[in-house]
Design a protein. Structure first.
Length: 145
């Protein structure tokens, strides 16, 4: 370190500038210090502007994400509502079909009851012959008609 004491001030200042100690290479130069301060201020301003743009991008990305989530939620709710409506409509259709089938069954039952009686009358117009009670000639006469 003793060699540093023998060095000239200009050499020491240039060495300090090379090592980046924040010293201007010319002794007592206020211009150099002012320029360095201006450069530092400009660098800080650029850094602040870059950070501000980055924050704005992040904010815009978050807003887009929120909008996307809201859109997805709305679509999901609409699909659920439509599904519920389809189920209700299907139940209503099934109820109507059930009522139609019941009505048709009652109508068929009421018409078949009359047919059964009439067909029963057609197939049994005369009573069966009982030899203990009746005469065969009377039975044959009725049968011929």
């Amino acid at each position: 370190m003793a060699f540093l004491a023998k060095a000239q001030k200009v050499d020491l200042l240039s060495l300090a500038a090379e090592v980046v100690l924040g010293v201007s290479p010319t002794p007592g130069s206020k211009r150099g210090k002012n320029k360095e301060r201006e450069r530092e201020n400009e660098r800080q301003e650029r850094e602040k502007e870059r950070e501000q743009r980055e924050k704005e991008r992040e904010f815009a990305a978050k807003e887009k994400e929120k909008e996307g989530e809201l859109e997805a939620k709305k679509e999901r709710e609409e699909r659920e509502f439509e599904a519920k409506e389809k189920v209700k409509e299907r139940e209503h259709e099934l109820l109507l079909k059930k009522m139609e089938l019941e009505t048709e069954a009652r109508r068929i039952e009421s018409t078949t009851g009359g047919r059964v009686k009439s067909s029963f009358d057609v197939y049994h117009p005369i009573q069966k012959f009982d030899p203990k009670v009746g005469d065969i000639s009377l039975y044959l006469t009725i049968f011929d008609r």
